[in-house]
Design a protein around this ligand. Structure first.
Ligand code: SF4
Length: 511
């Protein structure tokens, strides 16, 4: 347990997330305190195996104090606020600089006490490449960006290089798209053949929910019919059908959904149409042909691993052969931009397993490779894999990440987008790699929050970008399948109210 005591909650979110990055497995509570002396005194009476982290912030100084009686730890740090922060008049700017300064002090103290470094330094948000991209767009040189990220966020050189190379490729792609005058359409299909043990998405296994598929499609089409009238004077840039596993639908259901999209929207401006086929056990030649004939330009076939024992363990009821069959069938049908997702840190997997997977992937030669690091905590492993916990906890995930990075480089895959999640194993990241020119444009637009995303279906979240004020407005649908079907009119009304009310003058998108 880590008990954080604050005299002021202004920076609570940042303090909490950075402290959590150091204490991944510890529970955390935040308490108010009157003054630092009091807070430290109370330490003596507290439970001896807890960390007590006292943070006292004022206009003149910052005082930190961390102790753990059982571990015999007691260390503090006091700094006077530098004048370059004290003298800032603009409140937003002051807060941003103060926050970064506070985070650097926390980092210094915790890195010292725990004898550990974080590869991303004080960066706790999910989009590290966004910083590099914004600076590039302001015309900053690489050396300036490197120095800025090192001094402001204490990010390691290796991660700075990664963020910068991704930002360069993103910029190149974005410069080619008039994304501010466009929007992207996301359609969610929340069904899967079976549910993977680690899944955190909106997903319903087909064997139990097959009887709701038709009702879902009807509700979705109703939402599409309204949504297609919502956005004015903007062109459609990309379409993405995700999930779940969209190819859980039958070939005729898939065709119906895609044809409806084509009927309601003008796709002549669309640069990319992706369907996440995802699970090989949902893919048939007929479905692949439907996708091709309907104009889908990019699909995903996701092995996650090429080790059968792992697939069995995580509840993906398909064979390695079925991955290869689905992939070869897709090529045969003419799909020429195929992504494959891999997950590092799956239960029981070693570096050797990852090398084996990469070797099998090499034979297939996909155009995109998206490498995820399993975002699951030790405690969650305990819950999911109760019986075999100790044997299954993955080790050396950082080495696995490096192995895939090396592999990608050697095989001409360029990293083009990345994101981090809360609770990520070893505080790492997910990286999308692609052969030059075959990147998933939707991934960049969505991840870097560059474009309006009109998102439809259960659990889908629309994002509307206010470019002038640099903020995002979100509009979410209910996650529950049953609620989505029965309350579809509420979802539509919510969109209606937003576009005529709060969002009426938003970026000119609804006028
Ligand atoms: S295929 Fe993806 S969405 Fe479906 S259950 Fe597995 S992890 Fe969840």
């Amino acid at each position: 347990m880590v008990r954080i005591r604050l005299n002021d909650r202004t920076y609570e979110y940042d303090v909490r997330s950075l402290t959590k990055a150091f204490f991944k497995e510890e529970d955390m509570i935040v308490e108010d305190m009157d003054n630092i002396e009091n807070a430290i005194d109370i330490v003596e009476d507290d439970c001896i195996d807890e960390y007590i982290f006292v943070i006292d912030t004022s206009k003149d100084s910052i005082k930190l104090d961390i102790s753990n009686k059982e571990k015999d730890i007691h260390q503090d740090l006091k700094e006077t606020l530098p004048s370059y922060i004290k003298n800032i008049d603009n409140e937003l700017d002051y807060k941003a600089k103060y926050k970064n300064y506070l985070k650097r002090l926390i980092y210094r103290l915790l890195a010292d006490v725990l004898d550990m470094e974080l590869p991303w330094g004080t960066l706790t948000g999910i989009r590290p490449s966004k910083i590099a991209l914004e600076l590039l767009e302001q015309g900053r040189e690489d050396n300036y960006i490197k120095k800025y990220m090192l001094e402001t966020y204490l990010t390691s050189e290796e991660k700075i290089e990664l963020a910068l190379s991704i930002a360069h490729r993103e910029k190149e792609i974005l410069d080619d798209i008039d994304y501010k005058n466009g929007y992207s359409l996301y359609v969610g299909i929340p069904f899967c053949p079976t549910r993977c043990s680690y899944c955190s998405f909106t997903s319903y296994p087909l064997d139990k929910f097959e009887n709701m598929v038709e009702d879902y499609i009807s509700a979705l089409i109703k939402e599409m019919e309204y949504a297609s009238t919502m956005i004015k004077n903007k062109i459609l840039t990309t379409v993405y059908i995700g999930g779940g596993t969209p190819t859980t639908l039958s070939a005729s259901q898939l065709e119906r959904v895609i044809n409806k999209i084509k009927e309601l929207w003008d796709l002549s401006t669309v640069k990319e149409f992706t369907v996440e086929a995802g699970r090989p056990d949902s893919i048939t030649r007929e479905k692949l042909e439907v996708l091709k004939q309907c104009g889908v330009t990019r699909i995903s076939i996701n092995p996650q691993t090429m080790r059968q024992k792992t697939l069995d363990l995580i509840g993906r009821k398909h064979s390695i052969d079925s991955i290869e069959e689905a992939y070869n069938m897709a090529r045969d049908v003419g799909h020429n931009n195929i992504n494959m997702d891999l997950i590092l840190g799956l239960p029981g997997e070693t570096l050797e397993d990852v090398r084996y997977t990469l070797k099998r992937i090499e034979e297939l030669n996909p155009d995109n490779l998206t490498v995820h690091t399993l975002a699951i905590k030790r405690a969650a492993y305990l819950n999911i894999y109760k019986d075999k916990y100790e044997d299954l906890l993955p080790e050396h995930v950082t080495d696995m990440v490096e192995e895939t990075f090396r592999y990608a480089k050697e095989h001409n895959y360029i990293p083009y987008y990345m994101y981090r999640q809360k609770n990520m194993t070893d505080n790492l990241e997910n990286i999308g790699y692609a052969r030059y020119g075959l990147e998933g444009i939707y991934n960049i637009l969505m991840m870097e929050e560059r474009q309006n995303i009109l998102a439809l279906g259960a659990g889908a979240v629309c994002k509307f970008v206010d470019y002038e004020n640099n903020r995002i407005e979100r509009l979410d649908n209910v996650k529950s399948l049953n609620d989505y079907i029965t309350r579809i009119d509420d979802m539509i009304e919510k969109k209606m109210k937003f576009s005529s009310g709060k969002g009426a003058y938003f970026n000119g998108i609804f006028r």
